[in-house]
Design a protein around this ligand. Structure first.
Ligand SMILES: *Cc1c(COP(=O)(O)O)cnc(C)c1O
Length: 281
């Protein structure tokens, strides 16, 4: 059997989730899309289920996997529906759904649903990936309310560059958000990991930590709050490599090696790799 193994410390996962809550005082959706960033979505959800306010995944397939495994907590579909036929299942399985474009809104208006659903209405505040245009935001909110298909609306947006602590991009996005939500009384959700750790002034009833749950800092520079995570992930090329042990004479055949973990920060490894690549070019 191959000796290379990835050990996932579920206690560390819980610690990092609690840190997101503690730093923000907000409710937190644990982002476990893409199989919990490769850590195993079902296992991670089970480890957090007792305490998590809910989970976030990319699409309905990922959400159904969690429901099939017995996860009962709220699950948000971050990319919303890809086709209208998903909506009855969303109602039936009690999933929450992002609405980021007008065709999704129309699909909800026309859907036959067994019960009203929870919608997270996404505004494009500057990332320009998905999200409604500010001029359509109020109208979309009113149409959802009037549709009779929606029980609850949370207002959301996503930061493009929250990991750049000296950039004004995030404050500009917050300003766009604040202007667009004027007059709407609903909970808000803006902050992903870098914003949880580095942007304490940004309002949030709900935060959406992803990468920080797995112990990796989202920043390229040292950051006080990020030092409080225990790094677990990093870059892998193959499951074999050569190491210069000249300075470690006591190491021998069978000695355990920490590639990254409690003592070797994954972020430091990533920075070293970045430097090495630059030097080669
Ligand atoms: C992936 C994702 C997150 C989590 O982002 P991290 O930077 O990993 O914390 C939050 N919100 C949305 C909409 C996402 O797509």
């Amino acid at each position: 059997m191959r000796p290379a193994r990835a050990l996932i410390d579920l206690q560390a996962l819980r610690h990092n989730y609690q840190l997101a809550r503690e730093l923000t005082g907000a409710k937190a959706l644990a982002v476990i899309k893409a199989d919990a960033y490769g850590h195993g979505a079902v296992r991670c959800a089970q480890a957090l289920e007792g305490e998590a306010d809910g989970f976030a995944v990319a699409c309905i397939e990922e959400a159904l996997e969690l429901r099939a495994a017995g996860i009962k907590a709220p699950v948000l579909l971050l990319e919303g529906i890809f086709e209208a036929s998903e909506l009855p299942l969303i109602a039936e399985q009690d999933l929450w759904c992002v609405v980021h474009s007008l065709w999704q809104l129309e699909a909800i208006e026309q859907a036959g649903l067994t019960r009203p659903i929870t919608v997270w209405l996404k505004l494009d505040t500057g990332m320009h990936r998905v999200g409604l245009h500010p001029k359509d935001y109020h109208g979309a909110y009113q149409r959802l309310l009037a549709s009779g298909k929606v029980a609850r609306i949370v207002l959301m947006s996503h930061f493009a560059r929250a990991d750049e602590l000296d950039s004004t991009a995030s404050s500009e996005q917050v300003a766009v958000f604040e202007a667009a939500r004027q007059g709407l009384s609903a909970e808000v959700s803006l902050r992903n990991s870098p914003a949880v750790l580095g942007w304490p002034q940004v309002p949030s009833d709900w935060v959406r930590p992803g990468i920080m749950l797995y112990g990796a800092t989202p920043f390229e520079v040292p950051q006080a709050q990020a030092q409080r995570l225990q790094p677990l992930i990093g870059r892998v090329s193959m499951d074999m490599l050569c190491i210069d042990l000249t300075d470690v004479p006591e190491a021998g055949l069978g000695s355990p090696v920490e590639l990254w973990g409690k003592h070797v920060l994954a972020s430091d490894v990533a920075i070293q790799i970045g430097r090495a690549v630059q030097q080669e070019c």
